[in-house]
Ligand binder design. Structure first.
Ligand code: NAD
Length: 343
């Protein structure tokens, strides 16, 4: 299978590429991957260094909004797995334009090209944030979309656009909606790596509001396994939830990170709540379990311990990113001044 992976230099996309190219499972034998990535502040080539010399790997530096370039890269692939996005909620509150540009118009550019070149399958990586907030119970794949942040609205737009290409053009589209990911190589503006790296540096961590917002945490390796199953087994035109099954308040998560780094509550400072902050996200994942055979396998304690150990051992990866983040994008603020996100 020849895969075009957009956003493959980011956190989740790079895990997906590494896991498939380094897999010994017969189902992945002979897989070829092209990564198309414009290397924004969140795109890090080093994330792909474990596979950069792999004979079945190609990297193309390019923008999914560039129709000519997308048209050039698309032919010859059997499927697209679309990760490329502006992904940080706080940045979307500071300025929504790049989110509409990449997440909506970039997705439309890719869908148009995939349709024109009759690509076999298009997997669109979406998010639980498209549903808004749910005080109790869990969303099913049929729940109405009611996004609250500009990020979530842009993801809802692209998610619906992908499904519209299935209904209108009969394109083989599968949409996945996942919960909050964590793990190695996550850009240190997102809450877990931001908190871990601050704590490792003896710096305080900022918790939004009263810390009672609830998120479900999904290890990135479980997410990528679910995406691979959706790619191979998902039904055209269907949506699948990929969750982690581990709901925590932000205060509970903070407690676990303090414990894992051997620090205490004196390292926590409460900051005013994020505008429009969703209280709780929760996905019902029974459909993915029944149809794809997906269940999350990484226990939160193990996943967090591995993540903290990785950041402890990889200062060379995150220190330059933290120092430079945002400075290449004048409309975005450096992460030291921005409040944490991805809750
Ligand atoms: P990320 O910000 O780490 O990576 C995004 C990647 O996309 C980067 O490599 C960046 O350079 C690339 N990119 C951005 N704009 C581009 C453009 N115009 N053209 C080409 N490449 C471009 O994001 P992530 O956390 O890995 O998320 C990947 C996908 O998963 C996104 O679509 C995101 O909405 C979705 N998602 C993420 C989470 C999470 O917890 N991280 C949860 C749910 C859904």
């Amino acid at each position: 299978m020849r895969l075009l992976v957009t956003g493959g230099a980011g956190f989740i996309g790079s895990e997906f590429v590494r896991s498939l190219l380094l897999s010994r499972h017969p189902v992945h034998h002979g897989i070829r991957i092209t990564v198309l990535d414009s290397l924004t502040y969140a795109g890090v080539l080093a994330n792909l260094s474990p596979v950069s010399e792999h004979p079945q790997f190609t990297f193309v530096h390019g923008d999914i909004c560039d129709a000519d370039q997308v048209d050039e890269v698309m032919p010859g692939h059997d499927a697209v797995v679309h990760f490329a996005a502006e992904s940080h909620v706080d940045r979307s509150i500071a300025g929504a334009r790049p989110f509409i540009q990449t997440n909506v118009l970039g997705t439309q550019t890719l869908l148009d090209a995939a349709h024109r070149h009759r690509i076999g399958r298009f997997v669109h990586v979406s998010t639980d944030e498209v549903y808004g907030s749910i005080p109790a119970g869990s969303w099913t794949e049929d729940s109405p979309l009611a996004p609250n942040s500009p990020y979530a609205a842009s993801k809802a737009g692209s998610d619906l656009l992908a499904l519209a290409f299935h209904r209108t053009h009969g394109m083989d589209v599968v949409v996945t909606r996942c919960s909050n990911n964590y793990g190695r190589y996550q850009f240190p503006e997102k809450v877990i790596p931001l908190f871990v790296t601050n704590l490792l540096d003896g710096k305080q961590v900022p918790v939004y509001g009263d810390g009672r917002n609830v998120r479900d945490w999904l290890h990135v390796s479980d997410h990528c396994r679910g995406l691979d199953l959706a790619l191979r087994k998902g039904r055209p035109g269907h949506v699948y939830h990929l969750g982690g099954g581990t709901e925590l308040t932000n205060e509970q998560l903070t407690g676990l990170l303090l414990e894992a780094t051997g620090t205490g509550w004196d390292m926590v400072r409460h900051v005013p709540d994020r505008k429009g902050h969703d209280l709780r996200y929760s996905l019902d994942c029974r459909k993915a379990a029944e149809e794809l055979g997906y269940t999350a396998e990484v226990r939160l304690e193990d996943g967090l311990a591995d993540t903290v150990a990785w950041y402890r051992a990889h200062r060379d990866w995150w220190e330059p990113l933290k120092a430079n983040a945002g400075l290449r994008h004048p409309h975005q603020s450096p992460i030291d001044r921005a409040p944490p996100g991805a809750f």
